[in-house]
Design a protein around this ligand. Structure first.
Ligand SMILES: [Zn+2]
Ligand SMILES: [Zn+2]
Length: 336
């Protein structure tokens, strides 16, 4: 039994209030982590607003968690008290289904999301299954690592699955996800084009490693890139000129979604068939993909560009992210 301090959303769309919360007994395969930093992700706002219809209240949000192990359940493997770890969007999966046994734990139909029916990281302590509690490499800057655990692996995973160092890659949307995608793709050796609707981000996108920057609203400019890209990763949730973007794919090219574009996209199958193109999507990444990403990020000194707030100013931080003002990820530092 443990009483923790947490920032709680009592109902949908409410302000967060500081409360004490009881966690109950620690599960045999769980570990308990003292939270040091927790990133604020757009998905926290979506769950707060119940945009996806599966939120549960009262909710403790926060799923880009960095902290130290303070307690280890008797059947938890590979972790010890004092170790610095990270926890992301998923805090548990069943560990016995076909997907979990294949190493695709992120596709487990029975996984637990860290902030849905489970207490998340805007708290003094948080719990997760040992398999989803990732040790941080020694070189990792713990204060900056939070956003890697959700947004970072979400964009790293499609690069690891579909890109090679010689690929021409386009990253659509230069925000919380997209700026990390540009850094990863550039470090991997890809030729990287950033697509953004905001001209104010052109120079910054080049600073993240983009070799070229194109306005995502300029259909004529996109049409000039016909047949270019091996992989386009869509990190935005807004409708775009899909015809022009699909035409910008090289033969065997792939348009890949990690942003929730909620409107159906129109697709003409002829251009898919004749150029053998694909359209796909993926959610976060498995524990092994996350560890690989953390290792890659540490080796190449890749960190998200962040703004820090003390966790006690959490409501202000939510407003800033919701207003689209964050450049590019917000991290809250625990101050209970
Ligand atoms: Zn997230
Ligand atoms: Zn499973």
């Amino acid at each position: 039994m443990a009483i923790i301090d947490a920032w709680v959303a009592p109902t949908a769309k409410s302000k967060l209030v500081r409360q004490q919360v009881e966690l109950g007994p620690l599960g045999a395969e769980e570990v308990e982590v003292q939270v040091e930093h927790c990133g604020l992700c757009h998905s926290d706002i979506s769950v707060l607003n119940n945009d996806w219809g599966f939120s549960q209240f009262p909710a403790v949000l926060g799923h880009e968690i960095v902290g130290r192990v303070v307690e280890v359940g008797p059947a938890a493997k590979g972790l010890k008290v004092g170790q610095q770890v990270g926890i992301g969007w998923t805090s548990q999966s069943c560990m016995h289904c076909h997907q979990c046994m294949s190493g695709n734990h992120n596709l487990c139909p029975e996984s637990t999301f860290t902030i849905v029916g489970h207490k998340g990281g805007f708290a003094s302590r948080v719990r997760a299954h040992w398999a989803w509690t990732m040790p941080l490499p020694e070189k990792t800057d713990a204060a900056e690592a939070g956003p890697l655990l959700c947004g970072g692996v979400t964009v790293f995973n499609p690069l690891a699955m579909y890109a090679t160092p010689t690929s021409r890659v386009g990253i659509i949307g230069i925000g919380g996800l997209g700026h990390m995608a540009v850094k990863f793709a550039a470090a991997y050796g890809c030729d990287v084009t950033a697509f953004t609707s905001s001209e104010s981000k052109f120079d910054e996108a080049r600073g993240f490693g983009a070799h070229d920057v194109v306005s995502s609203r300029n259909s004529a400019a996109i049409k000039k890139l016909a047949g270019t890209f091996d992989l386009l990763i869509v990190t935005v949730n807004a409708p775009l000129d899909w015809d022009a973007l699909i035409a910008s794919l090289a033969p065997n090219g792939r348009l890949h979604f990690v942003g929730f574009v909620l409107e159906p996209i129109p697709v003409g199958v002829v251009s898919l068939i004749m150029q053998q193109r694909s359209i796909s999507g993926s959610p976060i990444g498995s524990p092994v993909a996350t560890e690989t990403m953390l290792d890659f990020a540490a080796r190449h000194n890749i960190t998200p560009q962040t703004e820090h707030f003390p966790m006690s100013r959490i409501n202000e931080a939510f407003e800033r992210l919701d207003a689209g003002k964050a450049r590019y990820r917000i991290v809250l530092d625990a101050d209970f």
